[in-house]
Design a protein around this ligand. Sequence first.
Ligand code: ATP
Ligand code: MG
Length: 306
Amino acid sequence: MSHSLEKIMASARQVSRAYRIEQGRNFRLKQISPGDTGGGVKNVVDIQWQAKTFLEFANARLTELQEKLYAQKHWSLLIVLQAMDAAGKDGTIKHVMSGINPQGCEVTSFKVPSGAELTHTFLWRCAQRVPGSGMIGIFNRSHYEDVLAPRIHPEFLQAHNLPPPLVTKNIWQERYEDINAFEQHLARNGVLILKFYLHVSKEEQKRRLLERINEKNKNWKFSEADLRERALWDRYMEAYEEAIRATAKPWAPWYVVPADNKWFTRAIVAVTVIDALEALYLKRPKVSGEIKKALLAARRSLKDEG
Ligand code: ATP
Ligand code: MG
């Protein structure tokens, strides 16, 4: 059955809100199934067979919102993407952000910290990449890596060479507190924060990794390190769950988006961004009387050029 794109948009908004966590205390990862496609939400319309058209429609909406964000220069938008390997971070950036003007957007991919990064506190490199007003910043991995990877691989924590008395069993709790304070500081200064955890299942990751091995033109995406991390799946899930529980806040909510179906993940991320930007009531700045006069004068002078 065909649905109008507006109707799908309204329905997808409802679905997106069902994945929003802004009070982490009672959250458990198992509450959201990686294979879910919104079926749990009342009156949800099926978007799968119109997913491509819908994404184009959503992208056009995003283009418009970004232009207003950029023109108004009050707010900025920070999108944080976290996930296990092959969950679809790259594809989400490519497909959801394709309507965005590159001039108003910066994507930063955070890898294992090295050199100067290791001599600074863990938030340092991320703080430098926070988008300025009017801009959209996308963190492909983020400061959240610092409560995930080093938790599972102590050598990453050792690499920071912190003073030993400061490395106690409370370190993760302290980092959550620092992250919350950092994000609240950003939110209080006009940075709208949306954090996405792309929730893929272990089985689907296996399928995608095999695809990278079996399909020649996907070989370049394969990394042996992915298998090493995959072997630690349960520990990563625990670390993710704990991080989300500790850092889901009204000013910086987490969206735990099912990621076994790419069309669904992309649609939900797009709609979430649209929903959040629309709530800002963005407007292009008002043109003052003086500027109107200047516009008329400029028009006249251009016409007079002959
Ligand atoms: P893709 O595989 O699609 O290129 P990716 O984000 O997985 O994207 P990789 O270069 O494969 O990029 O992996 C980056 C690695 O860096 C991840 O294993 C991640 O855990 C690690 N990493 C990022 N930040 C930190 C950090 N602060 N401490 C330790 N490890 C980190
Ligand atoms: Mg990788």
